[in-house]
Design a binder for this molecule. Structure first.
Ligand SMILES: Cc1cn([C@H]2C[C@H](O)[C@@H](COP(=O)(O)OP(=O)(O)OP(=O)(O)O)O2)c(=O)[nH]c1=O
Length: 193
């Protein structure tokens, strides 16, 4: 049985899109980048810790395969994270304005016998935004709970000139990479009715 170690409704929807039967498991972990840790290493570690916490919580089920994922926005080597309030959201969006940034998504599959990871790195180009654009977007409430203070699948689509990489990865779960991992673990996608 597959378990998604995530509270994110977006990840649930994305995994449903693959047609895989799964359940969710609670896996709250503390997310903090270590000194000297690269953004990709950080995102990967957090995703693995989520999956590991899920596996631990399911110790009673030896057949469990747990999926953990993490997504972050990286600009000039800095991990932007989620906005703490409206002013922080506006500040993050002003930094992304007119520039290209990276979105790193890591996905891990863990069982008590094996573990495997895939990473999806995408580049996203934002149009130059005015102060009014940013204020209007923050007022929608959409930036909250999102890495980099925007949602590609929401109204921020209006700001995005170009994406290269994995659209589902930018949303939070890179589906091609997830499908590859599931196959390697012997879980057929499209298995759900
Ligand atoms: C860049 C971007 C991020 N996001 C979201 C995806 C992730 O849910 C969130 C990044 O935070 P994460 O820490 O990756 O995930 P989460 O806290 O939402 O969920 P959980 O830890 O329970 O799995 O930002 C979008 O929805 N759209 C986007 O365009």
């Amino acid at each position: 049985m597959i378990y998604l170690a995530s509270q994110s409704p977006r990840r649930r929807e994305l995994l449903e899109q693959l047609g895989v039967a799964f359940d969710t498991v609670d896996a709250e972990i503390h997310e903090q980048r270590l000194p000297q840790e690269s953004p990709a290493d950080y995102v990967s570690r957090v995703a693995r810790e989520k999956a590991g916490a899920g596996l631990l919580a399911l110790a009673a089920r030896p057949d469990a395969v747990v999926l953990g994922a993490d997504t972050d926005v990286v600009l000039d080597g800095e991990v932007l994270g989620k906005p703490s309030d409206a002013a922080h959201a506006a500040e993050l969006l002003a930094r992304l304005s007119g520039r290209t940034h990276e979105v790193i998504s890591a996905v891990w599959l863990l069982s008590d016998r094996r573990e495997e990871r895939r990473l999806a790195v995408s580049t996203v180009r934002f149009a130059p935004l005015s102060g009014a654009d940013i204020a209007a977007y923050v007022a929608t409430g959409e930036p909250f709970g999102k890495a980099g203070a925007y949602a590609v699948q929401g109204r921020a689509a209006a700001f995005i000139e170009r994406i290269e990489g994995s659209y589902s990865g930018v949303m939070g779960l890179p589906l091609h990479e997830t499908w590859q991992l599931l196959r390697n673990f012997g879980v057929p996608a499209w298995s759900r009715n």
